[in-house]
Design a protein around this ligand. Structure first.
Ligand code: ITT
Length: 201
């Protein structure tokens, strides 16, 4: 089954391709020129739908099955920030490193060296059969000194519940079992199964 992935984030695309190795995952940038998508919904689900709808429309292929991931980290001592603003926390042009450093700075400013936090991922699927969304979460703590260079984004400061190493230090296999993204993708598989059945009829 061919799935078009609506993301420009290389870290996400890498993880999704590994987790969905039983599908043919094609980044949308291999089919059309990448374009800017304004993600202005108040929640992950809304932004995931905006991305998948925009790419479905731009492809102009009624048969396409497009899926997207909108995700981010919410930190307790920052009252849930950065949340849906995770990609832009350090500014409009911020790199992953800028975002990570700002997050650690803000936690320190509050007088803490760590804080409970969680990642959220929303997956949206848009195709001629309809629009579907699923979610996944991963709980743990953020620390204020980055450790390791595995994963991407905020991973060097995130210690999953039950571990004492950050996702930057742990094997990729640990993250792919535990993560918000792997759970949201697992929840999306039955939806894709139903779409496949509808197309076989
Ligand atoms: P697309 O919209 O093109 O998919 P994006 O990077 O803008 O790419 P989001 O708007 O969903 O994606 O922003 C997600 C932010 O949260 C981004 O800064 C990521 O680095 C961070 N993030 C999401 N999942 C993560 C993960 O598994 N590990 C580390 N950081 C993550």
């Amino acid at each position: 089954m061919k799935l078009v992935l609506a993301t420009s984030n290389k870290g996400k695309a890498r993880e999704i391709t590994v987790m969905y190795s039983d599908f043919e995952v094609i980044p949308y940038s291999e089919l059309i020129s990448p374009f800017e998508i304004i993600e202005d919904a108040p929640d992950f689900k809304g932004n995931a739908l905006i991305k998948a709808r925009a790419v479905y429309k731009a492809l102009g292929d009624e048969e396409a099955i497009v899926f997207s991931d909108d995700s981010g980290i919410s930190v307790e001592v920052l009252d849930g920030a950065p949340g849906v603003f995770s990609a832009r926390y350090g500014g409009e042009e911020a790199s992953d490193r800028d975002n990570l450093e700002k997050l650690m700075r803000e936690v320190k400013k509050k007088g803490f060296s760590s804080s409970p936090a969680f990642y959220t991922a929303a997956i949206a699927i848009v195709c001629k059969e309809g629009e579907y969304t699923t979610h996944g979460w991963m709980y743990g703590d953020v620390v204020t000194e980055p450790r390791g260079d595995g994963g991407f984004g905020y991973d060097p400061c995130f210690v999953p519940k039950g571990y004492d190493k950050t996702l930057g230090e742990l094997d990729d296999g640990v993250k792919s079992k535990l993560s918000h993204r792997s759970q949201a993708l697992a929840n999306a598989k039955p939806v894709l199964g139903v779409i496949r059945k509808m197309r076989e009829r």
